[in-house]
Design a protein around this ligand. Structure first.
Ligand SMILES: Nc1ncnc2c1ncn2[C@@H]1O[C@H](COP(=O)(O)OP(=O)(O)OP(=O)(O)O)[C@@H](O)[C@H]1O
Ligand SMILES: [Mg+2]
Length: 259
């Protein structure tokens, strides 16, 4: 579904992304990991041409993204911004409807889809539809951003830390809902997170970047069992230690149980 070949972005002396190549199958969920500044957002933005690459190519569904008509690209690719990025002067409903409008959907269809999406992200349509972004909490704004990215049923979804502002329970529910929508419609997802448990739970494969380069790409199990080097090993250490600590707690509980 997505093929990236030698993708590179240079800002003066900084190589934000350095000769990145990878492929993503239809319906595959790829998590992008790496420390702050390693090039994750720049990579996502080059995939849907919010940033022009210095060199390299992106193919989406067999078409060269650099020559695709912008409206085709917008229809095929949904984007969830790291900093939310809702249009402040538009209502929640208008924000969600940006791409459907661009595609000339009928008003009734847009309204039905908007309400459906608000339910998916757990915002009551009647109460939220006409609000302005400034009247929402950070986590609610983030959920509107997710609804907007899903609006036109994209084949590809690019998500930059989409659940960062959500409480753990809402986050857990929305993770599962995203996963079921993604599987049902076979959406190809590139998902950036700093949360290792989220990465291990959601990713079919995980790509680890460092200083603009791809360090390792593989299944969660492959990265846990066979990290390519110290960067990946360090990343995998945290969830492993946490799992061991939880397990130790549970074992402790068992022995403490009254007879
Ligand atoms: N417009 C720009 N001009 C100059 N340098 C930039 C620009 N945008 C990004 N960079 C640099 O490119 C590198 C990669 O930035 P990017 O935003 O892709 O990082 P990231 O992996 O998304 O980090 P984070 O986890 O903090 O969001 C950084 O060193 C950043 O300072
Ligand atoms: Mg970023």
């Amino acid at each position: 579904m997505i093929r990236i070949e030698g993708l590179t972005k240079r800002y003066g002396a900084t190589l934000a992304v350095d000769s990145l190549s990878l492929e993503l199958a239809r319906g595959e969920f790829l998590v992008l990991l790496g420390s702050s500044g390693c090039g994750k957002t720049t990579t996502l933005k080059m995939i849907n041409r919010l940033i022009e690459p210095t060199s390299g190519r992106v193919w989406i569904g067999g078409s060269d993204a650099s020559v695709m008509a912008p409206h085709l690209l917008r229809r095929q690719v949904g984007y969830c911004f790291q900093a939310i990025g809702l249009f402040p002067h538009m209502t929640v409903a208008e924000n969600i409807a940006v791409t459907p409008r661009l595609l000339d959907w009928e008003a009734d269809r847009i309204r039905a889809r908007t309400d459906e999406l608000l339910e998916i992200v757990e915002l009551e349509a009647a109460s939220f539809r006409e609000r302005m972004p400034a009247e929402l909490s950070g986590g609610q704004q983030q959920r509107v951003g997710i609804a907007r990215a899903l609006a036109a049923r994209p084949d590809v979804l690019l998500m930059d830390e989409p659940f960062g502002s959500l409480d753990p329970l809402t986050r857990d529910r929305l993770q599962r809902r995203l996963q079921s929508i993604q599987r049902e419609f076979e959406i190809s997802v590139v998902f950036v997170t700093h949360d290792m448990v989220e990465a291990l739970v959601l990713g079919d494969r995980i790509a680890v970047m460092d200083a603009g380069r791809l360090v390792q790409i593989g299944s969660p199990r492959e990265l846990l069992l066979d990290p390519a080097g110290p960067i990946v090993a360090d990343l995998m250490e945290t969830p492993r230690r946490q799992a061991e600590q939880v397990e130790a707690l549970l074992e402790g509980e068992q022995t403490d149980e009254p007879v």
